[in-house]
Design a protein around this ligand. Sequence first.
Ligand code: NAP
Length: 460
Amino acid sequence: MAYQTVNPFNNQLIKEFDSHTDDQVEQALVKADALYHSAWSQDDVESRLAVLHKLADLIENNLERLAKTASEEMGKLIGQSRGEVTLCASIARYYADNAQAFLAPVKYESSLGEAWVEHHPVGPIVAVEPWNFPFYQLMRVLAPNYAVGNPVLAKHASIVPQCAQAFADLVREAGAPEGAWTNLYISQEQVANLLADARIHGVALTGSEGAGASVAAQAAKHIKKSTLELGGNDVFIVLDDCNLEQAVKVGAQARLNNAGQVCTAAKRFIVHRAVSEAFLDKLTQHFQAVKIGSPLDESTTLGPLSSKEALEKLTEQVNQAVKQGATLHLGGKPVNHEGNFYEATILTKISRDNPAYFEEFFGPVAQVYVVDSDEAAVQLANDSHYGLGGAIFSQDIARAKRMASRIETGMVYINSLTNTAPELPFGGVKRSGYGRELSDLGIKEFVNQKLIVVSGPSAK
Ligand code: NAP
């Protein structure tokens, strides 16, 4: 796909970018491979962590510029863009402060002798990333891999080329050597060629199921490790004893943040019958109160979708859902306004044979289901091909904890929307992918966990 910036607020083309040639990709690979075999990767931990500290400072110093770039490129509300940029700084700082402890050798008691596991870099890896969090997604890969000493060749989504370059520039400005993080404007075929190259040792992908399946298959063919952070159809369970005002307020936010384009957004609201009417009324009021407008206008509460194609896809999905029997409770069409705006929408009465029941809606469209028991809520929650996150609202924490343990996802939050923080693992099960990013778990995905044993009892 051509790399270009098109403002989602009005679909004006702002800038086009030349793609990298195969020769340029080869040069990037040579640099990454050489860096991996240098002192930078093999033993220079402290100076690598100092660069992450510097990067965190630089990101904070450039907060407004970065936030504006994201808002103009993919339509995120400016306040949310600022939040994303700030989170990126905290991820860089988190790994700068904690990576050495995470990577310290771990002793193993063994009858074979003195044994321990060391953590070493594996070599250059590829990152394939989506546009919906155009800086955070990159930082989730950069920070742990920079700390470990793995150079990264990064292919960002073709609709956020300026974010991709701005990020790469800051990494260099922070003191990273050439080859540590290379932004490449490349095609899917060029990604496949990289994965086939012996100098590449893994791939981290965040994106759709289709992209994940394709890239993971290419990696598997060449026996390379992959991590996949894919889509979700997360539940937001509202129990009869919850604080309803809080549940509705957080629920609306969990569905409408980033114009609904969040992998862990609340996509299926599962509501106990006793509170279902009140919940639906209040959710409707919240959705009706949104103000569409420019992502750069601080008073806007619902921005445009990221692209014309995204708007067309969502429009078709909702039309099909209704055609197949769902009830359109609110909204249900593009907003009569230039740009890629879609109405805040609520669908109810979605039967299991409606394709919408299993689909991810990547936009401001809530599905509301009503259940009569906790058991029914769990069954409905788990009746999904996805398994990313989920939320449960209840004032009975023991009840919510029991339910959380039974939900088949990688993350469950009680009395909060599905959130993220540098110190918490992020990832899913089922078709939401495999592997974890962030936290101590994320840094171990692309390391050689090398066992060393000194044989014999005398060595102990
Ligand atoms: P997408 O179309 O899969 O694109 C994601 C990235 O993959 C882009 O860089 C894209 O490049 C690239 N790509 C697509 N097909 C490829 C292939 N066959 N080979 C190599 N690269 C390929 O995803 P999207 O629609 O932009 O993003 C939204 C999806 O990501 C949603 O499903 C969302 O839930 C998921 N997501 C998951 C997480 C998570 O952490 N689990 C976080 C954010 C988003 P081009 O742009 O050039 O096509």
